[in-house]
Design a protein around this ligand. Structure first.
Ligand SMILES: *Cc1c(COP(=O)(O)O)cnc(C)c1O
Length: 443
């Protein structure tokens, strides 16, 4: 990418961006919420569309000069409706968390009861966790997953009957299986709740048809645009036909909650880039891409299990894998994350269902294949990467997390220094770099 002007104007940021690009090129990006947006998406993002103020919606703006902003936003809206088979789309939410706040604002009053998938069980902060607005402004009920890693539908049904929530969320950030939209709809319909599918992680898979669509079952869909959808950082809120049937004013309520409820001027450069990402996602190549994401995740999962690692739910249906490290010890995620990073593999420590340790010292590692698949990697590479991941985790087997909190800091500090010097991990890093060279980014 040409950054000639930036180089002239601001050498420091120019250099930092170059270093970040090199980091992305030379490592295996396995955080499942991350991806590499296309050059076309980035060209739309880095365009004159960022210069405009356009509070309001197409045809109803507060400022003049929005003819072409309207054109871009209308394209994004039409493409979004088509992609998700929805009756209405709002493409202005700044990101996934504000989009979810806007859903609450549209259909709930402060103090209402809401229900979502518990954070330690893979759910998202915004679905009612105590430190986020859903848990702060509402009476939050949380459902969980069973010991086998699948959503506990019986518990969800019982909690819904007992508490009559106004909203039920379905969707999560660390759930390796398909979401039971149909079953959750039965529960929501029985108690008269709005069912909201938050498909932030899997929207690309849904568009490509490799994960069932929530559209026939839910009233509202929220999604980020930068995860499997591979667009710019942003989000969308969609209202389904079923949603309009339940509440004919729902689309209007959502639009008012986004603006003026929670946001000001839309990020028109992002809107343009969302339109581009949706156009890309409508192509046959994207369907192939999404299929390969899942095929890669399945190949990686079998390799990890063949090498003796335990996976939550025993595998994956999606782009995401959760390694359960309690076979070594509860709370071991921090050591594994550090070893993987040293080996050139970026992943994150994560809680596992019925977490025996704590969210700060979780017992799992979360991995995903969307970014690697964008680079063109396939099953063969996944097998090799599975071997590296197993070997890297093996290097941490001797470490133990002390019970005592102060001792913990000391032990972790020492272990990290130790891990960074580890020869076996450094060797893996070399091999990772070689593999990455064969799959260049932004060629
Ligand atoms: C990533 C994510 C979000 C939040 O998106 P941000 O853009 O990080 O605010 C919301 N819900 C789910 C399920 C997510 O995975």
């Amino acid at each position: 990418m040409n950054r000639k002007k930036l180089k002239e104007t601001d050498r420091e940021i120019y250099t930092t961006i170059r270093k970040e690009l090199k980091r992305q090129e030379e490592g295996l990006e396995m955080i499942p919420s991350e991806n590499f947006a296309s050059k076309a998406v980035m060209e739309a993002m880095g365009s004159v569309m960022t210069n405009k103020y356009s509070e309001g919606y197409p045809g109803k703006r507060y400022y003049a000069g929005n003819e072409f902003i309207d054109e871009a936003e209308n394209l994004a809206i039409e493409r979004a409706k088509k992609a998700f088979n929805a009756a209405h789309a709002n493409v202005q939410p700044y990101s996934g968390s504000p989009a979810n706040a806007e859903v609450y604002l549209a259909v709930c009053k402060q103090g209402d009861t809401i229900m979502g998938h518990a954070l330690p069980d893979g759910g998202h902060l915004t679905h009612g966790w105590k430190t986020s607005f859903g848990g702060i402004f509402f009476k939050s009920i949380q459902y969980h997953v069973k010991a086998d890693g699948y959503i506990d539908l019986e518990e969800a049904r019982r909690l819904a009957r007992e508490n009559k929530p106004k909203i039920i969320w379905v969707g999560a950030s660390a759930y390796p299986r398909q979401f039971p939209f149909r079953e959750m709809a039965e529960i929501a319909d029985e108690v008269g709740a709005y069912l909201v599918a938050d498909v932030a992680h899997i929207s690309g898979l849904i568009i490509a048809g490799v994960h069932p669509s929530p559209s026939p079952y839910v009233h509202i869909i929220t999604t980020t645009t930068h995860k499997t959808l591979r667009g710019p950082r942003g989000a969308m809120i969609l209202v389904t036909e079923k949603g309009l049937k339940k509440d004919p004013e729902l689309a209007d309520k959502i639009d008012k909650a986004v603006f003026p409820g929670l946001q000001g001027g839309p990020h028109d450069h992002t809107t343009a880039a969302i339109a581009v990402a949706l156009h890309e996602a409508a192509q046959p190549e994207f369907t192939e891409y999404a299929k390969q994401i899942v095929a890669n995740a399945k190949a990686l999962a079998s390799e990890l299990m063949n090498n003796g690692l335990k996976l939550v739910s025993g595998g994956t249906d999606t782009h995401l894998i959760l390694i359960d490290l309690t076979t070594i010890e509860p709370g071991h995620g921090i050591f594994a994350q550090e070893a993987l990073e040293t080996a050139g593999i970026t992943a994150n420590k994560n809680t596992i269902p019925q977490e025996p340790s704590s969210p700060f010292y979780p017992s799992g590692v979360r991995l995903g294949t969307p970014a690697l698949t964008t680079r063109g990697m396939k099953e063969e590479e996944m097998k090799q990467i599975g071997k590296w991941i197993t070997a890297a985790i093996k290097e941490t087997e001797a470490y133990r997390l002390p019970e005592d909190k102060e001792q913990r800091q000391e032990t972790i500090k020492k272990a990290k220094a130790d891990i960074r010097r580890n020869k076996a991990l450094k060797q893996i890093r070399k091999e990772v770099r070689e593999l990455c060279k064969k799959f260049p980014l932004y060629k």
